[in-house]
Design a protein around this ligand. Structure first.
Ligand code: TYD
Length: 137
């Protein structure tokens, strides 16, 4: 699907435990301005359900698993994240919803922009209009 790409991160194997890393403009194709994480999600709750005008992000399941539904206004795809060395690159202008969080799951997200409430599109119809797909359904 255009707008969502799984990226495999380097995994440095070691008897003492594994290590993975995200470097800006190398492992992810943007400069990292922000990192945040989502945890202690009660069973059955969803997160997200919005798009960003400018912000790109890279989502990793550092622990446990969850699904990320991406929707570019035309196609939808569900990505199941459950490895700490794989991440999902989400372009700007993509609707995304996170669901099916397992117990003790930890979603780690690095973003290309600082937090800005005016960068959010929270209404799905507005999203379809902005992506030019409102009338083609
Ligand atoms: P929101 O992005 O709406 O969460 P989700 O999309 O996962 O449902 O953010 C939830 C709250 O957290 C909202 O009040 C804004 C705040 N927040 C920040 O202050 N900084 C941030 O970087 C993010 C992502 C959220």
């Amino acid at each position: 699907m255009n707008g969502g790409t799984i990226i495999r991160l380097n995994k440095v194997l070691d008897n003492r435990g594994n290590l993975s890393v995200i470097e800006e403009n190398k492992d992810v194709p943007f400069s990292i301005k922000r990192a945040y994480w989502i945890y202690d999600v009660p069973g059955g709750e969803d997160r997200g359900g919005h798009a960003y005008l400018m912000n790109k992000e890279f989502i990793v399941a550092l622990s446990g698993s969850f699904d990320v539904l991406l929707d570019n206004g035309k196609e939808k795809e569900i990505f199941h994240l459950n490895r700490s060395y794989y991440g999902l690159l989400v372009e700007n202008g993509i609707w995304r919803k996170m669901s099916n969080f397992s117990t003790n799951s930890l979603a780690f997200i690095v973003s290309s922009e600082n937090y800005d409430p005016s960068d959010y599109i929270r209404d799905y119809e507005t999203f379809l209009i902005k992506t030019g797909h409102a009338y083609g359904r």
